[in-house]
Write a protein that binds this ligand. Structure first.
Ligand SMILES: O=C([C@H](O)CO)[C@H](O)[C@H](O)COP(=O)(O)O
Length: 208
């Protein structure tokens, strides 16, 4: 199981400081959607310049013009980018093709998908690298978590690596272990605490 830190901060220097503090424990750093909104891909380029060797995911949550946007993410330094599972089939197929032609990876984010089992099987057939079960902030605020949906996804894919995200805290250790995703994505539970380095190390220890 790999650990991804979602950096949903509102400034690039804060992201750089957070990477510096946590890099011993994190496998993949996510240039989060708030950074994309505030600084575009120029912020990603700055982070790549500071850290040439880390694995960077750009959380673009692409919906259309997939080949172009996927390639832009890679041109600015990403190793992985994201498209929404609710996008058109053609967009997801184009995104997979563009990512693989570039020698990079694509994560399909299932946020907002209603028929999880059917869409998971379809995305599995499209050849995406990761399928991400994701309870967004707006549903976290209503008390929802991603674990039940994750199991539906896991039972409906054969080739695609599984990822899980959405308000996951260390107190969910037993659920994390039982879900056993290929990629555990943690944001606020590391980035908003007083000691992010220790929090990241605790998650890493849990992954074994
Ligand atoms: O993708 C995310 C969200 O939509 C905001 O952009 C978060 O990165 C994801 O939910 C993980 O962060 P936490 O929920 O804070 O763990």
């Amino acid at each position: 199981m790999k650990l991804q830190l979602a950096i949903d901060l509102e400034d690039v220097q804060g992201a750089i400081d957070l990477i510096q503090k946590t890099k011993d424990s994190i496998d993949i750093f996510e240039y989060g959607t708030p950074l994309v909104i505030n600084f575009g891909l120029e912020g990603l380029k700055k982070i790549r310049a500071e850290f040439p060797d880390i694995t960077l995911l750009a959380d673009l949550k692409i919906m259309d013009v997939a080949s172009y946007e996927v390639n832009q993410a890679f041109a600015y330094g990403a190793d992985i980018t994201t498209i929404l599972g609710v996008a058109e089939d053609q967009s997801i197929k184009d995104a997979v093709k563009a990512a693989h032609e570039a020698g990079k990876e694509l994560l399909v984010d299932m946020i907002g998908v209603q028929d999880i089992a059917t869409r998971a099987r379809e995305i599995d057939a499209f050849g995406a690298d990761y399928i991400g079960t994701h309870t967004g902030y707006d549903l976290q605020a209503l008390g929802q978590d991603p674990f039940e949906t994750f199991n539906i996804v896991k039972n409906n894919v054969s080739n695609t690596k599984t990822a899980i995200a959405g308000g996951i805290k260390l107190t969910a250790a037993e659920e994390i272990k039982s879900a056993n995703p290929d990629l555990l994505i943690i944001g606020g539970a590391i980035s908003t605490v007083d000691d992010p380095a220790t929090a990241a190390a605790e998650f890493k220890k849990l992954l074994g």
